[in-house]
Each structure stands twice: as C-alpha cells, then as structure tokens.
Design a protein around this ligand. Structure first.
Ligand code: AMP
Length: 286
C-alpha cells in the first residue's frame, strides 16, 4: 500500500491509474473501526484499485466542536487499511487542501435544514466542499459511504446528481458493537458511564420503529416517545430526534416510501448520532 501526502502527487498518480483501472474511493477522518473497514472491503471487492483518504477536515467543524479532540492514529490506520486491501492511502495536510481562503463557497438549499445540518450550521457545506475537492483529485468510479451518517449520504447523492460527477454512490449499513451501539471513532471519548448509557440511542430508536410495526405511524408521538426514552436514560443531552422521509429529508407525508428515525446526543466529550431507515410498515431497508 502506498501512502501519499501531497495533493499534486495524488492528482498526477490518479490521472494515470484511472485510465486503466476502475477506482473505488472511501473518504474518512481516520481512527478506523469495522465501519470504515466494511466500506474499504466492499470497494476492494468491486474495483481494480481502492483509495482511502484520511483527512480531518477543519471546514466541517464548528468553532466549539471537537476538531482538536478528534482521535488520530495513522500507524494503526495504515496497518488496518493495508490488511483490508487498500492500494493507496491519501493523507493530505490541511494547508495543502486549503492553501488559501477559498474564493468560491458551496451553499446547500435542501436536506441540510434538519437533523445535524440544523445543529451544526456550515457542517454540510464543509463536507460538500471537501468531497468535491477529493472527487476531483481521486476521480473515482465508485464511492462508498456508511448509512451511519445517513444525512451525509443523502447530500453526497445530491452533490453527485447536481454537479454531474460520473461517480456511483454505494451506501453500506451501520456496523454496531455487540450491544447495539453504532461504531464510531468518537466512542473513545465517552466516559465508562456514558458508554453504558449510549446503548439507549439505538434501543430507543428501535422502540420508535416498533410503533410503526404496530401500525401507529404517528410521527409527532414517536419522536416525543423516543426523545423521552433517551432523555430518561442518559446523563448527556438529546440534541434532536427526528422522523423524516429518506433520502429527501422532508417532513413525513403519505407519499414517502422510506423513512429515517434519527437521533443525536451530546455527551461530555462526544456527540453521537444514530438512525434507522425503514418502510411504512417498519421493515428496515438499509
Ligand atoms: P468518518 O471517518 O467518521 O468521517 O467516516 C467515514 C465513513 O465511514 C463515512 O462514510 C461513515 O458513514 C462511515 N462509517 C462511520 N461509522 C460507521 C459505522 N458504524 N458503520 C458503517 N459505516 C460507518
């Protein structure tokens, strides 16, 4: 596995490599766990060459967020990526990605006024900006994203459609710990007590889905019940619980086919997110 740090070198390499090979791309912020590795392995199965980037993108962090606390371990990540069959690990420096203040700015009109977009103003504009840059540098045929970050996946699909990137988006299911907690690089920033409480995120969402299975698809009631259940069990604060159509992220109407029940919780040193995506009968569809 090659490790490339220079944007220019990466771009030149990909111009050659992409001519003769199908390219799969996994964008990450590093500190790999099984969720990241599931994306890399799928890409390795489906493409001639797999590229993984590690870049903790300053543009997508708010002023009071955990940019400085975000866990990093390049040595371990390199080993894990190599074992997963990754061909090139791209690890650019912020100064190389953003050598000067950008002249252009990405604005999102839809899908970002809810869930994490509402709580983290500018976050998805930062995500979209870095992905446009990475897509232009790597020029992949396919890109792999986890449904753990379902709102991000929805915006990546919109970005690909709106800007005509010749890239196929592949989304993969959430990889969980045995007790149901969604794997996340940020889980290491939970205290022992918070780690125990955190299982209620998934448990409460699943209880919410149970209302749908039982034929009680009443969004306001479900959101309220899930919110209360999480709030009762954790010492952190509930940032949001929302039930929306997926991938449009619009209010639930009779016309939606797929729905997302999502929650975010702020613990002392970590903000966790989780979701379930299901049809109108509550059957999981991702
Ligand atoms: P991150 O490093 O957190 O930016 O995540 C990089 C990619 O890994 C994104 O597409 C995430 O959705 C995906 N990912 C993170 N956690 C999980 C998980 N538990 N299961 C599946 N995919 C995940």
């Amino acid at each position: 596995m090659q490790i490339i740090r220079s944007v220019k070198e990466m771009q030149q390499l990909m111009l050659q490599l992409g001519n003769e090979n199908s390219i799969g791309f996994v964008a990450t912020m590093g500190y790999f766990h099984e969720g990241h590795l599931s994306l890399m392995k799928e890409s390795v199965n489906e493409n001639d060459k797999t590229i993984t980037s590690i870049f903790v993108n300053p543009l997508q962090f708010g002023a009071n967020e955990d940019l400085d606390r975000y866990p990093r371990d390049l040595e371990n990540d390199s080993r894990a990526a190599e074992e997963a069959g990754v061909d090139i690990l791209f690890v650019p420096e912020a100064i190389d990605m953003y050598p000067s203040k950008m002249t252009l700015e990405i604005i999102t009109n839809r899908r970002t006024n809810v869930m994490c977009g509402k709580s983290r103003p500018g976050h998805f504009e930062g995500v979209a900006t870095v992905l446009i840059k990475l897509f232009n540098i790597v020029r992949p045929d396919k890109t792999y994203f986890g449904i753990k970050d379902a709102q991000q996946a929805s915006i990546v699909q919109a970005l690909i459609n709106d800007l005509n990137f010749p890239i196929e988006l592949v989304t993969l299911p959430i990889v969980r710990e045995p007790d149901g907690l969604a794997k996340s690089s940020r889980n290491v920033n939970l205290t022992v007590q918070e780690r125990q409480e955190a299982i209620w995120l998934h448990k409460a969402l699943d209880q919410g889905r149970q209302f749908v299975i039982d034929g009680n698809f009443i969004p306001a009631m479900i959101v309220k019940e899930v919110n209360k259940m999480i709030d009762d069990k954790i010492s952190g604060t509930v940032d949001y619980v929302e039930l929306l159509s997926y991938p449009e992220l619009e209010p639930v109407t009779d016309t939606g086919n797929h729905f997302i029940l999502a929650a975010a919780v702020q613990f002392s040193q970590a903000r966790l997110i989780d979701n379930l995506i299901f049809d109108s009968e509550g059957n999981l569809t991702r």
